[in-house]
Design a protein around this ligand. Structure first.
Ligand SMILES: Nc1ncnc2c1ncn2[C@@H]1O[C@H](COP(=O)(O)OP(=O)(O)OP(=O)(O)O)[C@@H](O)[C@H]1O
Ligand SMILES: [Mg+2]
Length: 609
């Protein structure tokens, strides 16, 4: 599973913490081993079950020597201090050992907290960065809720199911190996038998984990759908209420939620099966080992004293818990891998925006923009056919035509929100695809058809994306030009007023004037205005129009407008029909054509008043 290794690779920046975690885990394991085997021999001596050992045993690498040496030390202790004091001493020792064991255990998870959350933080940053840089076309194909689920829930799921068990993946094998070594030390023969039964149990538990990944995938997708519905509902509340669509929206949500419920229910049931099943299986193993080992002891077929056998069983029973948690870790990882895949799907999406190996830098626009045989389609849907025109520096071109003719699409091609399918767009003689994307976009100020605003102050909305320090007076100046200053000053907190989600606290026209102020402040050589004045009343439109007119004087502009009276001054008017340019010229030349498209459009609008 290469994706799993990629997740693991995220730990690299935290390798110091990881190293310390392993170190503290090893200490914890050693101390638990000591704490386990310490008490029984002492109690035996204390209550006279075991005779005092008075002679220091000769060293040999065996269980006998170890127990004898331990008993010898205990005996010495007792002779020196008396029984009660020795008991006290041992009790204190137990406390100290357990304190250390738990101290190291905490130290290990203390380190782990940084790794777990650090990795999650890094992945989330990477994901968000990716979302910012993916081409716009990518998102028209995606559900917003699904994207949000991936950044929030899926990443969290990685923390819960993978990072939380990473430690187990390191700790449990060490524990198991250490304990197995201790067992082997006590009785090699019996240990070999254990080694034979243990993997069988592990295998059975591992089997259930398989189906979990698929279900988890479904659950996250379903959650994404849920989030999309919530998002749509929140942003469309007015329409939903106005059209009495509550019932419908409710149904949509309930159905989706029910599906999510089904998947989660099945997943939980399967996951919860693992604990009882593994406990039952492990007790079967214990019973088997107890029977086989006990028989060996009783029939003296191995040299194992009854007592040592008890140690063996005690330590063996301790192996089962890490073995269980190890198999559970495996199980959890299966579940988390679904989220890992969903996250990497985004991270691995290639940039469809093609950039040359050595992009050209461009700081200023000097000559012209030229569309050469440009063709474009959204997916399989052709939208622009054979578009040719040249926009000279300082000129203003107006795009007019019926709704859906492709005007906004042309505007979107210039800052490369989409790339042409055929033909090329040249800027100062070079294909725009050869420039640095940032450089290219730096040259343009864009006012889109829908005002795009952020839930922030007016000031920050106007200064979006401007890296240099902007003074208040500059912002006020821009707002004045956009005819926005007056309404801003009427707000209780002026330029610091918050405007709500997507600017919901402002009127449509006010929103539009803010986006114009933003373009004015950026002061770019090229202006792209898509229906920039469409939501204004005729008085404000006139004012803004004048302002824009001033702004456009020493600039190169593309303006799109339905109201033809606003674009008559343009140096060139291009009439678009079904993705083709059907006419081009100044207002006067176009009006002079008897059966011209433009003339008809103008006459139609004049009739409507
Ligand atoms: N993201 C998209 N995916 C698929 N098709 C799209 C997309 N955006 C626009 N279209 C289609 O492309 C065509 C041109 O759309 P475009 O927005 O350029 O029209 P327009 O001339 O700006 O219209 P309007 O005057 O209404 O703004 C339309 O038929 C529209 O359905
Ligand atoms: Mg449009």
């Amino acid at each position: 599973m290469p994706n799993f290794l990629r997740i693991i690779a995220h730990i690299r920046p935290y390798s110091t913490y990881a190293g310390m975690n392993v170190f503290f885990n090893v200490l914890t394991i050693l101390f638990s081993l000591v704490s386990l085997t310490m008490i029984i021999p002492f109690l035996r001596i204390l209550f006279d079950i075991q005779k005092l050992v008075l002679d220091k045993p000769n060293f040999s690498f065996s269980v006998e020597w170890l127990t004898n040496y331990f008993n010898y030390t205990l005996s010495q202790l007792m002779l020196q201090y008396g029984k009660i004091e020795a008991l006290l001493l041992v009790c204190l020792l137990v406390i100290v050992v357990f304190f250390l064991k738990n101290f190291f255990r905490y130290a290990a998870v203390f380190m782990m907290a940084v790794i777990r959350n650090g990795v999650v933080k890094d992945i989330r940053n990477q994901l968000f960065n990716r979302i910012l840089h993916l081409p716009i076309a990518y998102f028209t194909e995606q559900r917003k809720g699904d994207m949000m689920t991936r950044v929030t829930n899926d990443v969290q799921e990685i923390e819960w199911s993978i990072m939380s068990v990473l430690e187990a993946l390191v700790r449990d094998p060490i524990t198991i190996i250490t304990y197995l070594a201790a067992l082997f030390f006590i009785s090699p023969k019996l240990t070999l038998f254990v080694l034979f039964v243990l993997p069988i149990t592990g295998g059975i538990i591992g089997k259930i984990g398989k189906t979990l990944k698929k279900q988890s995938h479904q659950a996250q997708t379903q959650l994404g759908i849920l989030l999309s519905i919530i998002d749509e509902t929140l942003s469309g509340l007015r329409i939903i209420k106005g059209f009495n669509a509550q019932q419908m929206q409710q149904q949509k949500f309930v159905q989706s939620n029910q599906k999510h419920f089904q998947i989660m229910k099945n997943m939980l049931r399967r996951r919860d099966l693992s604990a009882p099943l593994s406990e039952f299986l492990s007790i079967c193993v214990v019973a088997t080992v107890l029977y086989v080992g006990g028989r060996m002891v009783l029939t003296h077929s191995i040299e194992l004293e009854a007592e040592t056998f008890i140690y063996f069983m005690v330590i063996f029973s301790q192996i089962l818990s890490p073995a269980k948690s190890f198999s559970k870790a495996f199980y959890n990882i299966q579940k988390g891998m679904a989220s890992v895949e969903r996250v990497y799907q985004i991270i691995d999406t290639p940039d469809n925006i093609h950039l040359p190996a050595k992009p050209l830098t461009i700081k200023d626009f000097t000559r012209e923009i030229e569309f050469k045989n440009v063709q474009f389609a959204y997916g399989n849907q052709p939208v622009l056919h054979n578009i040719n025109f040249t926009l000279k520096k300082g000129e203003t071109i107006a795009l007019v035509g019926a709704s859906g003719a492709g005007k906004s699409t042309i505007a979107d091609l210039i800052p490369r929100f989409y790339d042409v399918n055929n033909g090329s767009i040249l800027l100062d003689g070079n294909n725009i695809q050869q420039y640095h994307l940032e450089d290219l976009r730096q040259l343009m100020g864009i006012v889109t058809q829908e005002a795009i605003l952020f839930n922030d102050s007016i000031f920050n909305n106007i200064t979006v994306g401007i890296e240099r320090q902007v003074s208040d007076s500059e912002v006020v100046e821009a707002a004045k030009i956009a005819n926005a200053h007056d309404f801003i000053m009427q707000l209780p907190e002026g330029y610091q007023s918050l405007i709500g989600d997507r600017g919901c606290k402002l009127s449509g026209g006010e929103r539009q004037r803010l986006t114009i102020a933003r373009a004015v402040l950026k002061n770019p050589p090229i202006l792209i205005l898509d229906e920039a004045t469409s939501s204004l009343d005729s008085v404000s439109e006139k004012l803004v129009q004048e302002a824009l007119f001033k702004l456009m004087q020493n600039r190169t502009s593309i303006i799109i407008a339905h109201r033809l009276s606003t674009i008559q001054f343009a140096d060139k008017i291009l009439v678009l029909n079904k993705g083709k340019i059907v006419e081009g010229g100044t207002h006067e030349t176009l009006m002079a054509k008897k059966d011209g498209h433009y003339r008809k459009l103008v006459q139609l609008q004049e009739m409507q008043g």
